[in-house]
Design a protein around this ligand. Structure first.
Ligand code: GLU
Length: 429
């Protein structure tokens, strides 16, 4: 049969999507994946775009754009977050959906990959406006959402409240409560103990495992954490609880640096009391306030970028002092940044290994919802840490055996599992 566009290599104008495709093609070629499988897996099963009209508080009407991409359902229902951010577009969602496919595959959980969101600036919107927007968005993506088809979760600028609005809307449309169609819900309403802290706990676990395999003394290690949202804050806390000194934290208000160690109890208290949940006005003993991006360049052993994509790039990578980076955010290092860091001998633990704690925790929540049971926090955390450690060691050993970087090793292992199932199921997916 003549080659059609499906068998040609895709190029994207969106940087994140182009990077995801390049990494996929690179890994697929290295493992000798057939062109047939490359063609299937380099395309998303479904890219949905919806309009989201919202009555604003001042009486005006705004129409936002919303998206939901299902990259793959080969292994199970597509799984991935919904983000509210001005930079959201269909290609960004597709890149992140593809990343979710590899993340779920590598984690060994029964999901494919999806991602979605709304192009908006939620920090400038009232709670009522965000509720109206979330509910309309939910109604428009509802045909694709379901516990056995596509299961969204929180992502950038979304959390338990948004999940409840969306679940409630779709449940009312269907005339029945459907808790397992969304994860990351509040504990009070079908959520799971442990889920809120899960991503950060998993990121920190990868950092701690890296220190252990390298024979480092945890008590002598220092860390800087970029971002103090759901991921960064619990990464910092878990590291500190294990004895690592966290010397810098940051968010959009700035970097807070103290070589003596940041007072994290105070940092949590500051964000709890701030209406925008930011580190506004934070200070502690010996703490110096620096520029927003400076967290990347402070003196430390381990850097945890837990904020957003593209922050370590061709302009910033050369100034990073840390010799180890654990990616808490999705895509925080660009390919140019990656090349600079690799030349400088920096060890990088890739995002879809390091931040998989969130989606593994989502799987636990979904499994509990399907059975109508609730686990204890201890049970949840023990299982999470066990899987994270196991996955880390598997990728570490694979990278050593194949003499490749961890990112490549993780991508290859993840693709293999999906490819095997696509072969089993055939092309009628
Ligand atoms: N948004 C998180 C991620 O990027 C969690 C996704 C989920 O739990 O489905 O991994």
């Amino acid at each position: 049969m003549a080659a059609d566009s499906g068998t040609m290599r895709r190029k994207a104008t969106n940087v994140l999507l182009d990077t995801a495709l390049e990494e996929f093609y690179g890994a697929a070629d290295e493992m000798g994946l057939s062109e047939r499988l490359i063609a299937i897996l380099s395309h998303s099963e479904r890219r949905l775009e919806v309009s989201v009209p919202v009555e604003m508080d001042d009486g005006s009407l705004r129409v936002f754009k919303g998206y939901r991409v299902q990259h793959s359902t080969a292994l199970g229902p597509s799984k991935g977050g919904l983000r509210y951010d001005p930079a959201v577009d269909i290609d960004e969602c597709e890149a992140l959906a593809m990343l979710m496919t590899w993340k779920c595959s590598l984690a060994g959980i029964p999901y494919g990959g999806g991602k979605g969101g709304i192009a908006c600036d939620p920090l400038t919107m009232s709670k009522k406006e965000r509720e109206r927007m979330s509910r309309t968005f939910a109604a428009r993506i509802a045909p694709n959402i379901g516990r056995w088809s596509d299961v969204p979760a929180p992502d950038m600028n979304t959390g338990g409240q948004e999940m409840v609005w969306i679940m409630d809307t779709i449940s009312k449309m269907r005339g029945q409560i459907e808790p397992a169609q969304l994860t990351g819900k509040p504990i009070a309403y079908w959520g799971s103990r442990g889920r809120n802290e899960a991503t950060g706990r998993g990121v920190a676990t990868c950092g701690l495992e890296t220190m252990k395999v390298l024979g480092k003394d945890l008590a002598k290690m220092t860390a800087a954490v970029q971002g103090f949202g759901n991921v960064g804050s619990f990464t910092a806390k878990t590291l500190a609880d294990a004895g690592v000194k966290v010397v810098a934290i940051s968010d959009v208000t700035g970097t807070y640096y103290s070589p003596r160690g940041i007072d994290l109890v105070k940092a949590f208290e500051t964000v709890r009391n701030d209406p925008k949940r930011l580190l506004n006005g934070f200070s502690c003993e010996g703490c110096e306030k620096l520029g927003v991006a400076d967290v990347l360049f402070v003196d430390c052993d381990f850097l945890f970028p837990c904020a957003r994509d593209g922050v370590i790039n061709k302009d910033t990578a050369g100034r990073v002092k840390a010799k180890h980076i654990v990616e808490g955010a999705n895509g925080p290092i660009t390919p140019e940044g990656d090349a600079i860091l690799n030349d400088a001998g920096v060890l990088i633990v890739p995002d879809f290994l390091a931040n998989a704690g969130g989606v593994i925790g989502s799987y636990f929540e979904w499994a509990q919802n399907l059975q109508g049971v609730f686990w204890t926090e201890q049970e949840y955390n023990d299982r999470l840490v066990h899987i994270m450690k196991d996955n880390f060691r598997r990728v570490w050993d694979y990278a050593e055996a194949k003499k490749v970087k961890m990112r490549r090793a993780a991508t290859m292992a993840a693709i293999q599992r999906v490819a095997d199932v696509v072969e089993l199921r055939g092309t009628f997916l």
